[in-house]
Design a protein around this ligand. Structure first.
Ligand SMILES: Cc1cc2nc3c(=O)[nH]c(=O)nc-3n(C[C@H](O)[C@H](O)[C@H](O)COP(=O)(O)OP(=O)(O)OC[C@H]3O[C@@H](n4cnc5c(N)ncnc54)[C@H](O)[C@@H]3O)c2cc1C
Length: 431
């Protein structure tokens, strides 16, 4: 790097930043990737699983060498009442065609940065970017705690709070209703016991979502993932509802862990760690302007999260790639203006990022409005149905079904479900 000047600086070495940097380096351009962490990824937390499709576009066949925990072969939904549960699972044989993998961000992020370095990305760890460097209102580089660095383009990949995007007015502070607070705990169990407990083979894994039970009164969801010899369990809850209910997220998680249908999975498992992180609720309405003269915003910093489908790392990786391609185009043209960088937004519009966020533009408000139906009534009805199916007693089945149907009708579940269904159909049919 001459006189502290390089073609592109990427701030943040999460999935978005690494993907942008590697795309630029692969085109033979000079790129500096910086992260504030001593050991990249150590403080980055997620559920969670990474998705094979977008990740493999950056790291082909990454599962052969990357530090993955398990390949997801079962998606499960727990619908809890106060004491019971109905569980729905989809299990598939991966047959070598993988969809998602559990990973630990500490190991995963480190591996990704190592691959980026091998491909020519300059990496600066322990480098906190305090602010963007501006000249005549245009971004010309970054100020770190040590030095000032100049570049033609800065890619902002600093995650959900993105102080840098806020500094230049591209992003606003999220409202409490636009973010969820997430807490997660990890528990260790001997590998074989874990596999027996979850009824999975070596290498296979489970991704579970948990509705209702102690979470039934608010817009909240639990999650549970299997790793090699650990289980990740957590809760995500809307910040505004948390404040209204005056509960702490870890209290909800504690209650969830004690639910009779969840507790057996964690029995005798050894507590390993606790972490928490915010996440944007992921709405097209909160997407900021993601480019300006000499600057682009990617990943969580731009609010690219699809909470309905638990997707974030894949959108981060894809947006980083699209911003990286745009940077290469701008460098070839020698023009770093907003007009040239608007190519990034055009690429986003053609991608699943904007298309999916548009599909779900109103889903979260609709779910919030109907949360009692989804989180309380549906689990209750599902459990009641299973109860009827498996109750051999003296009451005739016709009487049981009559009582069940009349309860369904009285509960308003059908009139509440039909508008939800129509809403979903409309959104999917719209282009
Ligand atoms: C509880 C939870 C569960 C989730 N589960 C899933 C899941 O199962 N699957 C999925 O795909 N997604 C999931 N996500 C979402 C996913 O984690 C994010 O969408 C993804 O990490 C975004 O990547 P990113 O690179 O944009 O940001 P991040 O991963 O947040 O990376 C930002 C990086 O920037 C660095 N940084 C920040 N500020 C500065 C600064 N000023 N100077 C230098 N460096 C800086 C940080 O150290 C960090 O390394 C989950 C999120 C949460 C919170």
């Amino acid at each position: 790097m001459e006189n502290n000047k390089i073609e592109v600086i990427v701030v943040g070495a999460g999935p978005a930043g690494v993907s942008a940097a590697i795309t630029i380096a692969r085109a033979g351009r000079k790129v500096l990737l910086v992260d504030r962490a001593d050991n990249v990824g150590d403080k980055n937390m997620f559920g969670g699983c990474i998705y094979a499709k977008q990740t493999a576009e950056i790291f082909p066949k990454f599962w052969e060498t990357a530090p993955i925990e398990r390949s997801i072969t079962e998606h499960k939904i727990f619908m809890l009442t106060d004491y019971d549960s109905s569980q729905f699972a989809y299990r598939y044989a991966s047959k070598g065609s993988y969809k998602a993998f559990t990973v630990f961000r500490s190991k995963w992020d480190r591996w990704c940065v190592e691959q980026a370095q091998k491909e020519g990305v300059y990496y600066a760890p322990k480098t906190l970017v305090k602010e963007l460097l501006l000249e005549n209102g245009k971004v010309v580089g970054i100020k770190t705690q040590y030095e000032t660095y100049y570049s033609d383009i800065v890619i902002i990949a600093d995650g959900v709070n993105s102080l840098l995007a806020k500094q230049i007015g591209l992003r606003k502070e999220y409202k409490d209703s636009n973010v969820t607070v997430n807490v997660k705990e990890v528990y260790r169990l001997p590998k074989q016991r874990l596999e027996d407990r979850f009824n999975i083979d070596s290498e296979d894994g489970i991704a579970a979502k948990i509705l209702g039970g102690p979470l039934k009164d608010m817009f909240a969801m639990g999650f549970m993932y299997t790793n090699k010899d650990t289980i990740s369990i957590g809760v995500g809850v809307s910040l505004d509802e948390l404040k209204k209910a005056k509960v702490k997220p870890y209290e909800l998680l504690d209650d969830l862990k004690e639910h009779p249908s969840i507790a057996p999975y964690l029995k005798d498992a050894e507590f390993v760690e606790y972490s928490s992180h915010m996440i944007s609720e992921g709405s097209i309405d909160t997407i900021p302007k993601v480019y300006d003269n000499r600057v682009m915003v990617v990943g969580d910093a731009a609010g690219f999260v699809n909470n309905i489908h638990f997707e974030g790392t894949n959108l981060a990786t894809l947006s980083g790639k699209l911003a990286g391609e745009t940077a290469v185009f701008a460098l070839e043209k020698g023009d770093f203006s907003a007009s040239t960088l608007s190519l990034y937004y055009k690429k986003l519009q053609k991608s699943i990022i904007i298309k999916d966020l548009r599909t779900h533009s109103n889903t979260i408000p609709v779910l919030k409005k109907n949360i009692k139906t989804i989180s309380s009534l549906y689990p209750e009805l599902a459990c009641e149905f299973f109860n009827i199916l498996h109750s051999a007693d003296e009451v005739p089945k016709s009487a049981k079904y009559r009582r069940f149907v009349s309860k369904v009708l009285r509960s308003g579940a059908i009139p509440k479900t039909i508008p939800l269904g129509i809403f979903a159909m409309e959104k999917c049919l719209k282009k």
